[in-house]
Ligand binder design. Structure first.
Ligand code: EPZ
Length: 427
């Protein structure tokens, strides 16, 4: 067990380079199962979610070979055991993408119910609705989701809610189905487009990704490919908010500014200066943090995965901010941790009212989930004194080299190994 120890307050300055997108790569790695050739994938972030997915592929009998730190070669042509066990699925939500990928490949899939961040109920009814519309039968038995079909036939599917996971999973299952599949009310996140581009580079015929209607003409076979993952929108957004929150000046490199527009807009309203370049963005702030109201929404709205980080910044805004969570039922659990640092926040259901205070103070806190952990990092950099963040394994699910990157920006942060509670104390 490890924790981060951070001394603040610290203005961030300098340059940071953004890694490949976690939520794209976690779909693209399972998608390699649909290929009958070898896939070389570049710009893979070195995060624990990726390691967990490689382990699942390895258990299935795929050949996974690291060419260098951020490039991997995957040969899934021979699979011996197409099952994802509880042990392998429990740490991450994205393990459920093996359902769509295996169904598309073998017409049958058996995957343990997924784990991942806990934001209350996380149903998968829309995934199941999509698989069944394509002709699969699904059952849930002893914690395993099983899907099988004699044939997958293209269908017209209207999602009742906008779901990133259902859009991706049904796309994976439909890509080799017979005929045309039309997904309506589809999610439009950048990682949906990246997955479609990846599949098209293997010979798929997917059009409309990035809009709410996606058309998929099924193909018989997908070949190998070489592909580079897009930069991570949320990692970029996290460093943008960290720069603004600390009154810093940071150039964030390897980004797609278009993906960051909703974050940029709110940062400008909060008093930051944001300059966009072709593939980088500079964020600075000299004046006070202004109060801001925001509501999270599916893309292109303000991303729910940036809500905790932004809330952390607003704890020191001048005035009262209102943050409304429009995607998840229960994504304010981390607020208790910010309160330990002196933040004044009231939560009523999906709405948080944040009274800006003069100064946060360092405290022992924990990362409740991945983005909540990122919020704690930002709060720690703003706070006077030392903050210790426990449960950092959540943060490492999605942020590559987070200590090194923040240190490169001037943060005083170190990783400390915690004594194993099971070990007897030395006399
Ligand atoms: C993805 O989760 C991301 N995870 C999440 O990011 C992100 O918060 C979320 O999309 C929204 O952008 C990955 O990409 C691995 P959804 P996902 O299906 O796909 C409801 C992070 O921090 N819903 O778009 O699980 C659901 O309850 C992670 O990187 C149904 O009702 O989210 C929620 O209210 C955390 N039925 C809403 O839709 C369904 O069948 C959006 O969920 C599916 C979802």
């Amino acid at each position: 067990m490890e924790k981060f120890v951070i001394s603040g307050p610290q203005r961030l300055h300098g340059e940071v380079t953004i890694s490949g997108a976690k939520n794209a790569v976690v779909a693209i790695i399972p998608a390699t199962l649909l290929s009958s050739g070898v896939c070389v994938i570049e710009n893979i972030p070195n995060i624990s979610d990726v390691t967990a997915l490689f382990k699942i592929l390895d258990h299935m009998g795929a050949k996974v070979r690291l060419i260098n730190k951020n490039t991997v070669e995957i040969d899934s042509s021979e699979i011996t055991d197409p099952v994802v066990s509880y042990e392998n699925a429990k740490s991450l939500r994205a393990s459920y993408y093996f359902l769509g990928a295996l169904l598309g490949r073998n017409k049958r899939a058996s995957v343990s119910m997924p784990g991942g961040c806990n934001f209350g109920v996380r149903p998968i009814d829309q995934h199941i609705k999509g698989f069944e519309a394509l002709g699969a039968q699904t059952t849930i038995d002893s914690g395993m989701i099983n899907a099988r079909a004699d044939h997958l036939i293209g269908a017209h599917i209207y999602f009742d809610v906008v779901s990133v996971g259902a859009t991706i999973n049904v796309m994976l299952a439909a890509v080799k189905a017979k005929g045309l599949t039309v997904l309506e009310n589809a999610a439009k996140e950048p990682h949906i487009v990246d997955l479609a581009n990846f599949l098209n580079s293997m010979g798929a015929d997917i059009r409309g990704a990035g809009t709410d209607v996606i058309k998929i003409h099924g193909v018989d076979m997908l070949h190998g490919t070489s592909y580079s993952i897009i930069p991570d929108q949320i990692e970029a957004g996290t460093y943008m908010v960290a720069a603004a929150a600390t009154g810093g000046d940071v150039l964030i490199k390897n980004v797609i500014p278009k993906h960051l527009e909703s974050i940029t807009d709110k940062l400008i309203k909060a008093g930051a200066t944001v300059e966009e370049f072709d593939d980088s963005i500079r964020v600075s702030r000299t004046g006070p943090i202004h109060r801001v109201n925001l509501k999270t929404l599916p893309h292109p709205g303000f991303p729910t995965d940036m809500q905790p980080q932004f809330t952390a910044m607003l704890t020191m805004a001048s005035g009262t901010s209102i943050v409304t969570e429009g995607v998840w039922d229960n994504r304010f659990r981390y607020v208790d941790e910010l309160r330990r640092m002196g933040a004044e926040i009231q939560v009523d259901g999906k709405v948080a009212v944040i009274e800006g205070i003069e100064q946060l103070t360092g405290a022992p806190v924990k990362a409740c989930d991945l983005r909540a952990g990122a919020a704690m990092l930002i709060a720690a950099l703003m706070a006077q004194g030392t903050t210790e963040i426990e449960d950092i394994h959540y943060i490492e699910r999605g942020y590559e080299n987070v200590v090194e990157k923040f240190r490169g920006l001037g943060a005083i942060i170190r990783r400390q190994v915690l004594p194993d509670p099971a070990m007897p104390k030395a006399l």
